[in-house]
Design a protein around this ligand. Structure first.
Ligand code: DAH
Length: 340
C-alpha cells in the first residue's frame, strides 16, 4: 500500500457534511479501516525496514486523528472554507444567528423614558454613593427625624456622611442646584435599601424620578401627567387614583394606584382584594426643598414623582417574583424580545 498516497488523501480531505465525516472515520479511524491493514502488513516487511515502516504509519495515524478532530469541529460549527464550497448545498435554510435580548428591566426603563421624553422631559443622573445632603437633608429630612427611618439605609462605614442612595430623589436636588427653571427631567437609576430579599422586595433595585419646575405648576398638572403616563404604559383605558400620603420633600404628597381588576383569584391576591395597585409616590415639591436649591418658592412651583421600575415591569409583564430579574436564568430572559 502506498503510504504517500494515503497521506495525500488525508491531507486533502474536505469535510462537507456529516456523511463525509463518517466516511473518513470508517476509512482512517476505525480499526477495520486502512490502518488495520497497514498494521497487519508489518509482518510482511523485512526486519531491517520494520522500524521505519512502523514509525511512518504511526505518524500517518496521528495525522488522521488530528484531521478527524478538525473535521468534527468544522461540522458542528457549521463552518466551511473555500475548499468545501463544492460540498455545500446553498439551497438549505441558514442556521440563523442568536442575538442577545435586552433585560426586561431595561425594556421597562426605556418605555418609561420614552413616554416622558414625548412630553419634553430630558434625562439626568447622579451618583449611587451619595452624601447625606443629597439623599436626605436637602430633601427636607431633618437630622434625626423619624422620616429617615422610612428608608432602611446602607451607610458607608468609613464616612458617616456617605450613604448608598436610597432613592433617585437625590438627583432632583443635583438638577435644581445646577439648572435654572423651567426644569423637566427624568432620572432613572439604581438604588439600595437594607431590606431582606423576598418575592416583592430587594436590597438593590431601580427607580425613575421625575421633576417638573416652572411658574404656576399646580396639582392638576401633576395629576394629568400621571394619568398620561399610566395610559401610555398600561393602555388607554387605564384608571388611576391618588391617595393622600406623606413624603418630607413634597406637600401635599400622594401615592398613585392603577386599577388592576378583581376578576381572578390572582387579581384578588396581588391587589389585596381592592383591585388597585400602587405604582408610585408623588407630590408638589415642598417650598423648603426649592429654597435649599436656591429656587424662589414665591416665583416657582413644581411637582415630583418617583416610581420603582421593577414594580412597573412586574405589572406590565405579569412577573410573579422580583428575584427573577437578578437570577440571570436565560429561560426567563429570552422571553423578552425588543429590537432596540
Ligand atoms: N423617593 C420616594 C421613595 O423612594 C418616592 C417618591 C415619592 C419620589 C414622592 C417623589 C415623590 O419624587 O414626590 O419612596
Amino acid at each position: 500500500m502506498d503510504l504517500e498516497k494515503i497521506h495525500k488523501e488525508i491531507e486533502e480531505w474536505h469535510s462537507g457534511d456529516k456523511d463525509k465525516l463518517e466516511e473518513f472515520r470508517l476509512k482512517f479511524i476505525s480499526r477495520k479501516g486502512v490502518f488495520g491493514d497497514l498494521f497487519s502488513n508489518i509482518k510482511n516487511i523485512p526486519n531491517e525496514a520494520k522500524k521505519e515502516y512502523g514509525q511512518k504509519i504511526n505518524v500517518l495515524k496521528n495525522a488522521a486523528q488530528e484531521k478527524f478532530q478538525f473535521l468534527i469541529e468544522k461540522v458542528s460549527d457549521g463552518k466551511s472554507d473555500a475548499g468545501e464550497y463544492k460540498d455545500t448545498d446553498f439551497t438549505l435554510p441558514g442556521s440563523g444567528t442568536d442575538i442577545g435580548n435586552r433585560h426586561p428591566l431595561k425594556i421597562a426603563q426605556k418605555d418609561i423614558v420614552e413616554i416622558f421624553q414625548k412630553i419634553g422631559f430630558d434625562l439626568s443622573e447622579g451618583p449611587e454613593i451619595e452624601t447625606d445632603w443629597y439623599n436626605f437633608t436637602a430633601l427636607n429630612f431633618p437630622e434625626n427625624h423619624p422620616a429617615r427611618e422610612m428608608q432602611d439605609t446602607f451607610f458607608v462605614e468609613k464616612d458617616p456622611d456617605m450613604v448608598l442612595r436610597t432613592h433617585t430623589s437625590s438627583v432632583q436636588i443635583r438638577v435644581m442646584e445646577s439648572t435654572k427653571p423651567p426644569i423637566r427631567t427624568l432620572s432613572p437609576g439604581r438604588v439600595y435599601r437594607n431590606e431582606a430579599i423576598s418575592a416583592r422586595s430587594h436590597c438593590v433595585f431601580y427607580q425613575a424620578e421625575g421633576l417638573y419646575i416652572d411658574k404656576n405648576v399646580s396639582f392638576k398638572d401633576l395629576k394629568q401627567t400621571m394619568l398620561y403616563f399610566a395610559k401610555e404604559m398600561f393602555g388607554k383605558n387605564t384608571k388611576i387614583r391618588l391617595r393622600p400620603s406623606y413624603f418630607p420633600f413634597t406637600e401635599p404628597s400622594a401615592e398613585m394606584d392603577v386599577y388592576w381588576g378583581l376578576e381572578t383569584e390572582v387579581d384578588k391576591k396581588i391587589t389585596k382584594g381592592t383591585g388597585w395597585l400602587e405604582i408610585l409616590g408623588c407630590g408638589m415639591v415642598d417650598p423648603n426643598v426649592l429654597e435649599n436649591c436656591n429656587i424662589d418658592p414665591k416665583e416657582y412651583s413644581g411637582f415630583a414623582f418617583g416610581m420603582g421600575i421593577e414594580r412597573i415591569a412586574l405589572l406590565k409583564y405579569q412577573i410573579p417574583d422580583i428575584r427573577l430579574f437578578t437570577e440571570n436564568d436565560t429561560r426567563f430572559l429570552k422571553q423578552f424580545k425588543s429590537l432596540i
